[in-house]
Write a protein that binds this ligand. Structure first.
Ligand code: PBG
Length: 329
């Protein structure tokens, strides 16, 4: 590249139109997934204290939010079940009940908006009395005994009409177990979105309040990944693809942009990033204090996640972002 004064990079920054012309990364609402918390009961829209602007919805209230999602042209939702303690047990058996809360929500959304892509989180922590993501014996989370339960849950979601199932438990071998079970039950065309590189992260704090899924003892470090490891994240992704994952995820997003970039460079499957609850809540808290410009910060964060290489972003900001994209023309 010739040097100054021949080269002046500022030339292409002179006007909004020029900047738009050469912009490398653009956010699009078509690439966003909006998470929804589904709660037992009727006529409920409970605001989540640690996540201002996010709610737990009872199934009968879903039309209200689904209409907004459709109007915003957001193509997909990710469902989580929120259960009363009395509905939970040691094995999380409510998770594979064909009439469970998530299964009811899937059917309701499919009736309201058949074209909306319904993705379900497949995990046990929202359904177990101990709050861990698998079967617990002697204070340990058992890997192999958990696989069958996850497979049952995924099949139940598919039977209810889920378009994609997304295991988030971090057991080894769960993608293969779920693929085998789906295929056996005739759901050969239901894709799996694997939470492939899911780190043990403090950024999930607000979610655990939202989903009432905090572990009752210990933590998740014996199954979720160590925050220090990027090469291991690539191995996780590689294994999940080999087991049959159709899409893979890196989670959280913002503190793991290097992992997103390395995954993008190495693998050709669709790459999803989860802009998680803590990332959302920090922005909301700072904005509520008047310390930052919320739309500007959110757009910058999500653009960075996309620039790093994510094709799709799961974010609680999705409805706001869709509006800001429209407003900015
Ligand atoms: C369930 C699950 C969690 C999240 C998504 N699925 C919580 C956890 O693993 O503790 C976190 C999502 C968020 O923080 O927004 N295993």
């Amino acid at each position: 590249m010739p040097l100054f004064p021949i080269t002046r990079l500022r030339r292409l920054r002179a006007s909004a139109a020029l900047r738009a012309l050469v912009r490398e990364t653009e956010l699009n609402m078509r690439d966003l997934i909006y998470p929804l918390f589904i709660v037992e009961g009727v006529n409920l829209q409970q605001e989540i204290g640690a996540m201002p602007g996010q709610f737990r919805w009872s199934v009968d209230r879903l039309p209200r939010i689904v209409e907004k999602i459709i109007a915003a042209k957001i193509p997909a939702v990710l469902l989580f079940g929120v259960l009363e303690p009395s509905s939970k047990d040691e094995l999380g058996s409510a998770s594979w009940n064909d009439n469970g809360i998530v299964q009811q929500a899937i059917r309701a959304i499919k009736r309201l908006a058949p074209e909306l892509v319904v993705i379900t989180d497949v995990c046990l922590c929202e359904y177990t009395s101990h709050g861990h993501c698998g079967v617990v014996r002697d204070g340990r989370v058992l890997n192999d005994a958990t696989l069958e339960l996850l497979a049952r849950q995924a099949v139940s979601h598919a039977r209810a009409g889920a378009d994609i199932v997304a295991p988030s438990d971090m057991m080894d071998g769960r993608v293969a177990a779920i693929r085998t079970a789906l295929d056996r039950e005739g759901f050969t065309d239901t894709p799996i979105l694997a939470y492939a590189a899911k780190f043990a992260s403090g950024f999930y704090g607000p979610f655990r309040e939202a989903a009432a899924s905090a572990p009752q003892f210990g933590d998740r470090r014996a199954y979720q990944m160590d925050a220090a490891n990027a090469r291991e994240a690539l191995r996780e992704i590689e294994l999940d693809i080999a087991e049959g994952a159709d899409l893979v995820m890196v989670k959280p997003a913002l503190a793991y942009l290097d992992v997103i970039a390395r995954a993008r460079a190495r693998f050709d499957v669709p790459l999803v990033a989860y802009n998680v609850s803590g990332e959302y809540s920090m922005v909301k808290a700072a904005a509520a204090n008047g310390w930052i410009d919320e739309p500007r910060i959110v757009m910058e964060i999500l653009t960075a996640i996309k620039r790093a290489g994510a094709d799709v972003i799961i974010t609680y900001h999705a409805l706001d972002v869709a509006q800001w994209i429209v407003d900015s023309g």
